[in-house]
Design a binder for this molecule. Structure first.
Ligand code: H2B
Length: 97
């Protein structure tokens, strides 16, 4: 099972993800896409990544704005798994303009 990261490990990991913010036991970011279909396309791709990793973000969909939230429920906080998926979501968002 993935281990909880310390506060300083979380800070270090966040330094590589400038769009992400910590909120207690989770990290999150907001992203605005060009259109609603583009936003749904990103959600669809994130679903594939989440299934592959067996790690699933909370996703709030508001027209073309997506809010992602990541936490490792089984560990009760933040683990490497959250930062791995956050990094993959960043690559996906970069590819979607
Ligand atoms: C059985 C399965 O591996 C677990 O339920 C997985 C599924 N997806 C998950 N996603 C997240 N974000 N945290 C978890 O602890 C988690 N656990």
């Amino acid at each position: 099972m993935a281990e909880l990261l310390s506060d300083s490990e979380v800070d270090q990991a966040l330094a590589r993800l400038p769009e992400w913010r910590r909120d207690g036991d989770s990290i999150g970011r907001k992203a605005q896409l060009a259109s609603f279909p583009k936003a749904i396309e990103v959600v669809d791709r994130v679903a594939d990544l989440a299934e592959a990793a067996d790690h699933h973000p909370d996703i709030d969909i508001r027209w073309r704005t997506l809010i992602f939230r990541l936490s490792t429920h089984s560990a009760g906080g933040l683990t490497e798994k959250d930062f791995q998926l956050a990094g993959q979501i960043e690559e996906l968002l970069a590819a979607h303009g």
